[in-house]
Ligand binder design. Structure first.
Ligand code: SF4
Length: 509
């Protein structure tokens, strides 16, 4: 369930950083997507710059730190964030960028399937309700065109170590189309034998046939959207799911040979009590998911009109949300799950827990990931690609996406080219988001930025250190306990584009 958000495409509709204490994965709410003119490239680390030389050595200016911490900060599933995408990047540039992907360079694939059988009233995803199979079959056919166009632009058949189907509901793809879709994908891309092939599933609708056919095609990880098992809450959010149905789906997944199962749960939903959150946990824990994500619902009716159906007084308040998140985390840790980021929990045997432990965890538009490839090719309406030269995003308009493909054009609508320092800033922010620490000295050696950029990064570090948000030893920044709830704001201090006054992002704490 990936959604359009303030950064263009990304993640689930959740309120970030309800949980103090660790590093965020997904979070943030969808927002209007004003683009363009705000790209004052000299805005860099505006807040850090405000702590000018005259202030160095003194206490950090309280006002500057307060603005940093109260500002709405991005979720940093990419850097630059999708707010920086503009129409300057179109099909021609995207085509050239694909052609320039170095030979032997492994890539990952993301396939967006926007269809769902019903609208969950909390939803903030990029999706369309469709109960008829025809538009979805048509979409699958159009995806084949897009794959062929991308393959043509690449000019070769790259190795692929990870393939992720997100939505919407990927299980809405007709089962009889899966063989053909995978055949076309395998013709264009060399899926490695050990590739992770994952799909987000709606347990209310996915069928046993779908699971078995997808597994036959290589599916080996499933992410099951549970959200809540409390019936009054399910009624309130228009998402019924019987526990017996969920156990059947999990049994089918395991029976088909899928060894890695994620479950998504939510808190902060209308009429949801802490007891409901804990009861749902008690019921899903015996199903032994390898990984769980516990997301907080973010109420943004101005951006998602269907959410106006929730009376504001039906929503748990801030204190109740904190309690729900904290007790869920406590229960999961007591059950042997390791906490990863603000909202992820994994058994020590799970790949994400291993990657987290070894410092190899990465962050991309799907949130935290084990995927190590730097190049991600997005397919489908609204999908984003990360290429060596920058980001390119497909149009989010289904008709426009299709029209472009019929004309044999890539359906690229916007994107951003990397500037000289973006990789340095991006890597610094990614390590802070994933590990809560980053070796700034090593990054400076590797990327050799200009003296101005070094100075700016040093001012930002100094500001954060004096505010007690990070500690610095031998060139390594480590987010302190006090700084932990502010991880996004800390990253924003190194973001050249971040404008604390834009109000464009979800609140950072
Ligand atoms: S299953 Fe529900 S929450 Fe998920 S994308 Fe579809 S409508 Fe949205």
């Amino acid at each position: 369930m990936v959604m359009l958000d303030e950064e263009g495409l990304g993640s689930r509709l959740i309120a970030p950083q309800d949980n103090p204490g660790s590093w965020s994965r997904d979070g943030g709410e969808p927002a209007a997507e004003p683009l363009s003119s705000h790209l004052d490239r000299r805005r860099p680390a505006r807040l850090a710059s405000e702590a000018s030389d005259a202030e160095r050595g003194a206490d950090p200016p309280a006002e500057v730190v307060a603005r940093l911490l109260s500002a709405k900060a991005p979720r940093y599933t990419s850097y630059p964030t999708a707010v920086q995408f503009t129409a300057d990047i179109g099909p021609d540039r995207h085509h050239r960028w694909l052609g320039a992907v170095p030979a032997g360079h492994p890539v990952s694939l993301y396939v967006h399937v926007p269809f769902c059988r019903r609208l969950c009233w909390y939803c903030g995803c990029s999706m369309k309700v469709s109960r008829r199979p025809e538009p979805i079959a048509q979409y699958a056919e159009d995806l084949e065109r897009e794959i062929a166009l991308v393959a043509n632009a690449l000019g070769r058949r790259p190795r692929v170590g990870a393939l992720h189907f997100g939505g919407g509901s990927p299980d809405s793809l007709p089962v009889e189309r899966l063989d053909r879709l995978f055949t076309v994908l395998r013709r264009a891309f060399a899926l490695e034998p050990e590739a992770e092939i994952a799909a987000e599933l709606d347990p209310s609708f996915v069928t046993r046939d779908w699971i078995f056919e997808a597994t036959r095609q290589g599916l080996n990880r499933a992410s099951v959207g549970v959200q809540t098992l409390a019936e009054p809450v399910q009624r309130a959010i228009h998402r019924p799911l019987a526990f017996e149905r969920l156990t059947d789906v999990v049994a089918s997944l395991r029976g088909a040979g899928i060894g890695a199962i994620n479950m998504d749960l939510m808190y902060g939903l209308p009429h949801q009590r802490t007891a409901d959150v804990l009861d749902t946990l008690e019921r899903v824990l015996p199903l032994a998911p390898d990984r769980l994500a516990v997301f907080g619902y973010a109420h943004v009716p101005a951006l998602r009109r269907h959410q106006t159906i929730f009376a504001p007084d039906s929503l748990p308040g801030a204190e109740a949300r904190l309690e729900q998140a904290a007790l869920a985390a406590e229960r999961l840790q007591a059950a042997g799950y390791q906490r990863i980021g603000l909202d992820h929990f994994a058994l020590p045997t799970d790949d994400l827990a291993r990657a987290h432990a070894s410092g190899a965890m990465r962050r991309n538009f799907q949130g935290y990931t084990t995927d190590q490839a730097d190049t991600l090719i997005g397919l489908g309406v609204s999908a984003i690609s990360r290429l060596p030269e920058g980001f390119a995003q497909n149009t989010a308009d289904l008709a426009a996406w299709r029209a472009a493909l019929i004309e044999d054009r890539l359906p690229t609508a916007r994107g951003v080219a990397f500037r000289p320092d973006d990789r340095l800033r991006g890597e610094l922010i990614e390590r802070l988001m994933c590990d809560g620490s980053a070796n700034l000295s090593a990054l400076l050696v590797r990327f050799s930025p200009s003296p101005e950029v070094r100075d700016e990064l040093s001012r930002a570090t100094d500001l954060l250190e004096r505010a007690g948000l990070v500690s610095v030893a031998e060139g390594r920044l480590v987010i302190t306990e006090m700084g932990a709830p502010f991880v996004r704001s800390i990253c924003a201090a190194f973001d050249v584009d971040f404008d604390p006054d834009s109000g464009r992002h979800s609140r950072a704490i």
